[in-house]
Design a protein around this ligand. Sequence first.
Ligand code: UDP
Length: 238
Amino acid sequence: MDRQQLVFDGYEKQIYSTADPDTVILHFKDDITAYDNIRRAKLTGKGAVNCGISALLFAHLGGKHIATHFIEKISADELLCRKVTPIPIELVVHNYIAGSLADKLDLPEGMKPSTVIYDLRYNSSELGDPLINDSQAVALGIASFSELGEMYDTARKINSCLVKLFDAAGLKFVDMKLQFGKTSDGALIVSDEISPDTCRIWDADTDEKLDKDRFRHDLGNIVDAYGSVYQKLKNILG
Ligand code: UDP
């Protein structure tokens, strides 16, 4: 399947149409951004590593009957995916306290809360992607209560699957962001990517950060850290 038109040009990813109206090509760029795109860089090889990690994780989830937009990896930095209409919400899952949640709740980074914490963020750059609750999401017409229920169920399944997988790989699965979209036949499926750009991943023994926090906090060796996550997952998944 070849690229046709560029239909979305994001900071870190591009989406191209294909000859099939129900599929798109997701291209992972080497660009990395943080703090509302104020901090930016180009990191050679980052796109390919995130593409590889996302493909491995989506294939693993597919094997557990969890529907995602992933069809196949078609090159080092491209995935063939089902076309979806994006739902403008991010479902964030926290297994450990980290990042802005640590500041907001005044809890130490690395603390494991007594329950997994789920947050909804409204994708709106004008509003700064604010945290919203379920009834606000329904009031805004983003999703129905039953669709939100479906999204939480899927997030719960994905999280328990990935916590086990990362644990087996010697990694701590700290948090993740999931995006969802609707296919032309109305199915609600997981879209976007699952990678060290969208999850926090720490070394299980040392708590070394192996994710985008290395870029946010200027810790260096970003692609090497992402690469070590990729290698550890490959060791488990083949
Ligand atoms: N995240 C993301 N995109 C966003 C917001 C969050 O990929 O627009 C990821 C982020 O990298 C982290 C997780 O979601 O792995 C939890 O993020 P949170 O909303 O707590 O944001 P942060 O702590 O970065 O403010």
